[in-house]
Design a protein around this ligand. Structure first.
Ligand code: ADP
Ligand code: MG
Length: 247
């Protein structure tokens, strides 16, 4: 399993006659951003769901820091160090930015619930939430209601909530989706600075962001990884050009 922080081994998921993921083995190494690209319907979100525990694979295994987490549920995988952002926003729009970040930090760790009454723990959670908000550039917005944030700021908050976990690996499904140029640039800078803390498996359609960030790219087409390598490898690959980039 080498020194991979996250690895999948031969993941398969079928929906009826359709193989959404077909024998996918992929890994994430310390310090890197590994982008997964591919056309719509290629199986990217299915792969992410299998890694996070939301979808049970028909076959294959998932390892986190060498530990087989294939039978862990979503929460147990989060506790084992898998941080994620969601494609569909899960923020509480009526609550403030800080409240959302604290709630994220609580939800992340079931054991913390037991100590929720303790003021000390509350302070610790709040401090952790504030530190995460500073990392994502939302320090000025502690008391802003989430519903009043821009779309880009909500994305920053989602990343901040993932950071409250101090994850060992991040996994993100199209974080740039729906962002304008300014929002994409800000989030790209943010992700760029996060890889040193925890590597990122990044599913992304926005090729500017992918080419700005990726240390490695894997190309998924019809459920199969057809190529994997550096940005140059992928740009110069005939297989990829034919299957995907040449559209
Ligand atoms: P991507 O994220 O790359 O666009 P998905 O993983 O969402 O692709 O989907 C891969 C394929 O699996 C698509 O053909 C999609 O229609 C199909 N699919 C995804 N989820 C389901 C499901 N719950 N039931 C049936 N088919 C599904
Ligand atoms: Mg998808």
């Amino acid at each position: 399993m080498s020194d991979a922080v996250l690895a999948t081994q031969n993941l398969v998921k079928t929906f009826g006659a359709l193989k959404a993921t077909d024998d996918v083995s992929i890994d994430l190494r310390p310090g890197e951003i590994h982008a997964v690209i591919g056309p719509n319907g290629a199986g990217k979100s299915t792969l992410i769901q299998q890694i996070c525990g939301g979808l049970k694979p028909d076959a294959g295994r998932v390892f986190l820091n060498g530990q087989d987490v294939s039978h862990h549920d979503t929460r147990a995988r989060a506790q084992a160090g898998l941080g994620r952002t969601f494609q569909v926003s899960a923020l509480c729009m009526e609550d403030t930015v800080l409240e959302n970040a604290v709630l994220g930090a609580i939800g992340a760790n079931r054991a913390v619930w037991r100590f929720w009454a303790s003021a000390l723990k509350t302070r610790e959670l709040t401090d952790r939430a504030k530190a995460a908000l500073e990392r994502v550039g939302l320090s000025e917005h502690h008391q802003t209601r989430c519903g009043n944030l821009s779309h880009g700021e909500r994305r920053q908050l989602e990343v901040g909530i993932a950071l409250t976990l101090s994850p060992r690996a991040f996994i993100m499904d199209e974080p740039m989706a729906g962002l304008g140029a300014g929002g994409s640039k800000k989030l790209t800078e943010l992700l760029d600075g996060m890889r040193a803390q925890a590597p990122i498996l990044l599913v992304e359609h926005d090729m500017d962001a992918v080419f700005a960030l990726a240390d490695r790219i894997s190309v998924l087409v019809y459920g199969k990884i057809i190529a994997s390598g550096s940005i140059d490898d992928i740009k110069n690959s005939d297989v990829v050009r034919e299957a995907y980039l040449g559209q």
